[in-house]
Each structure stands twice: as structure tokens, then as C-alpha cells.
Design a protein around this ligand. Structure first.
Ligand SMILES: Cc1ncc(COP(=O)(O)O)c(C=O)c1O
Length: 363
């Protein structure tokens, strides 16, 4: 199977490790095992390291189920991160020639895997003047009776936009009318900065709604490599059939620590929101005072998409900036958004890094 290079991951593999300050990050500082288990007695030392429950333990699935309002254990399967969850959805649903509409900018998996399967992928570009939210009239024209799947990412990486619940309901109506599946990558669900931190999930409001999620962002545990798909039972059965070829089971250690995290999600959320609120304040103050950038301030997730006023392609800009200062930024070109950079506003040392970026932009 031929597939395009995953531009973000390639950039991050090359530039993230050597950075003095890493603004490419989408993760809120990961928890240590000690921090995670501060209220829990670790009781796995006598557990046999077997394959465990193949599609996830009942304890874990019950914890995942509690994040939704309308799901049973048979609607959930556990995967290697959200990246594994998305891949399984595409492999289970799509065939050569299927039409897929993908709302971009987004995580590249959402269009490159369907393309590699031979699907006809139509990219619907969000616009800054719409606060990076879809225009429903435009979107409904984009979708045809041939469309099989609509992919979106809510809250969105890289823009930090959160689709309001009423708008998600309207999107579902468009999908329902055309009888198409909707994959909503909800890996940042629980990180809304305004109102209820959790948006409604597409799986809870639509029979052909598929939600993917993980421990990586909202729960600050990317090292667990644990995610899930939540969808109706016949699709989960099909995914489990595909899953036998590339997963068997996830590690029982990941399954265990993910359960601990979800049972203690209130303290993780409190800790994460402290970091996020400080980050968004520092970031917004910088945007307001920096005339050489423009940005729609994020209402959720962990990143912002920043338009810069400097005549330079984004890859060159980021490379030169990092060579000069050690600060890593993500070029917009890696997300099909030339002229922009992505900034992780939950990064450590955000303020000095933004000050260095201002100096660089003026140069
Ligand atoms: C939108 C989106 N989906 C999926 C992933 C993959 O997440 P995971 O670590 O759970 O595999 C990422 C990681 O950055 C992401 O931003």
C-alpha cells in the first residue's frame, strides 16, 4: 500500500527532540506514573502479563462508556491510540472509488489513508473569516449522494476551534439526509475552554456517527498509546474483525493505567485546565500586541493556527527560527496551510518563546 509522507509527523521526528522550547506540541505536559497514581494503590504487581481482554477490559470499557451519554460496552473497542482507532475506521469502511469529504485543516491521517485506499477524497477547507468553522451551506453542497464518509476533528487541531453543539447537530442532519457516515476525531474532547469542557459526541447523536478518542491529549497520557472507537455495534464488529490483523489487544498495562486515569479524571482535568488557561492567556496577550501575526483565538484543544506577516514559506521560516533560537514551531505547509504556523499554547516556556518569535518576525 503506497501512502503519502505524514508531513507533521516527519517534521516533528526531525525537529522536536533537539528543540530548547517545543511549540510544536499538542500534548499538555504528560503525567508521571506517580502523579497519576497519587490516589490509587497500584495493584498490578502480581498480574500476569498476558494479552489480557482482547478488545479492552470491562473496567476500561465502562470508564470509556462514562464519557458518552448513549453507549453500551458493545459500542466500544480499544485501540493503539486514536491513530490506531482512525486507521481501523478507514480500513473497515472504505473501498477503492468511495467518496470521502474531509474537513481541513486536520490530522493528515483523515485524508491520506482514504487516498491510499483509492477513495476519492474531497477537501473542504475551513476559513479564518468563519472562525475556522464550517459554512453549512457550502458543506452541504460539497457532500453528494455519492459521498460515503465525512471526516472532521472536533475540537480541531490545528485551529483550536470547537464546533458548537447546535452546529454539530446541523452537520448530522446533512449527513443523515445523504445517509453518510461521520467520523469525528474527538481526541481533544473535554478540552473546551469556554462552557462545558465536553462537547456532545457525534456517536451519541447519530446512528452513523463514529467517535474516536484517546488518553493522549485530554488525559495527558500519550505514552500509554491507548485509544478507542465508539460507534454502533455492527461497525464495531467489523472493526474488531480488521483489528485482529493489527492489534490483537492493547497492553494490559496501558489498559490498567487508562482505567486509573479515567476514574481520576477530575484531578487530571483540574491540573490540565490550570496549564491551558495560563497558556491561552499568555498566547492571547501576545496575539493582541503583536501586529505581525493574526489569529482566531482557540476556544478549545491545545493549538492555534497563526498567520504570520513575513515573506517566507513556512518551512523556511520554522527552520531558520529554530536554528537561530532553538524554538520549534510547526510549519503550516505540513497541514496544507501555507503562510501559517501552528503554536501549542500549552507548551512550557511559552512566553519567552513567543517573545523570541516577535523579534524574529521583525527582523
Ligand atoms: C486530531 C488528532 N487525532 C489523532 C491523533 C493521534 O493521537 P494518539 O496519540 O491518541 O494516537 C492526534 C495526535 O496529535 C491528533 O491531533
Amino acid at each position: 500500500m503506497k501512502i503519502s509522507p505524514f508531513k507533521i509527523e516527519e517534521w516533528m521526528n526531525r525537529y522536536e527532540a533537539g528543540a530548547l522550547i517545543d511549540l510544536t506540541t499538542t500534548c499538555i505536559k504528560p503525567l508521571t506514573i506517580n502523579e497519576l497514581c497519587r490516589n490509587t494503590r497500584i495493584d498490578i504487581y502480581d498480574t500476569q502479563l498476558g494479552y489480557g481482554d482482547i478488545t479492552g477490559s470491562e473496567r476500561l470499557k465502562n470508564n470509556i462508556k462514562s464519557l458518552y451519554s448513549n453507549q453500551g460496552l458493545n459500542n466500544i473497542t480499544v485501540t493503539h491510540g486514536a491513530i490506531g482507532a482512525n486507521q481501523l475506521v478507514f480500513n473497515s469502511l472504505l473501498e477503492k472509488g468511495d467518496e470521502v469529504v474531509c474537513i481541513v485543516p486536520t490530522y493528515q491521517q483523515h485524508y491520506s489513508i482514504p487516498e491510499s485506499i483509492g477513495a476519492e477524497v474531497k477537501l473542504y477547507f475551513l476559513k479564518e473569516e468563519n472562525n475556522w468553522l464550517p459554512d453549512l451551506d457550502e458543506l452541504s453542497q460539497f457532500i453528494t449522494s455519492k459521498t460515503k464518509l465525512l471526516c472532521l476533528n472536533n475540537p480541531n487541531n490545528p485551529t483550536g476551534a470547537v464546533i458548537p453543539n447546535w452546529m454539530l447537530e446541523e452537520i448530522v442532519k446533512i449527513a443523515e439526509k445523504n445517509r453518510i457516515w461521520v467520523l469525528s476525531d474527538e481526541v481533544y474532547r473535554g478540552l473546551n475552554l469556554i462552557g462545558n469542557p465536553y462537547s456532545i459526541s457525534v456517536a451519541d447523536i447519530y446512528s452513523k456517527g463514529i467517535s474516536t478518542g484517546s488518553m493522549s491529549k485530554t488525559y495527558s497520557l500519550p505514552g500509554l498509546r491507548l485509544g478507542w472507537v465508539c460507534a454502533r455495534e455492527d461497525l464495531i464488529n467489523e472493526i474488531n474483525h480488521q483489528r485482529q490483523y493489527n492489534t490483537i489487544s492493547v497492553s494490559i498495562l496501558d489498559d490498567y493505567f487508562a482505567s486509573v486515569a479515567l476514574e481520576n479524571k477530575d484531578f487530571i482535568q483540574a491540573r490540565n485546565f490550570k496549564i491551558l488557561k495560563e497558556g491561552i492567556k499568555t498566547f492571547s496577550d501576545w496575539v493582541i500586541n503583536e501586529t505581525l501575526v493574526e489569529c482566531v483565538i482557540p476556544t478549545g484543544a491545545t493549538t492555534a493556527l497563526v498567520k504570520y506577516k513575513k515573506e517566507m514559506p513556512s518551512r523556511d521560516l520554522c527552520k531558520r527560527f529554530q536554528n537561530r533560537t532553538g524554538v520549534a514551531l510547526l510549519p503550516g505547509e505540513t497541514m496544507e496551510m501555507e503562510g501559517y504556523v501552528r503554536i501549542g499554547f500549552c507548551a512550557e516556556n511559552l512566553k519567552p518563546a513567543l517573545e523570541l518569535f516577535s523579534v524574529y518576525l521583525k527582523d
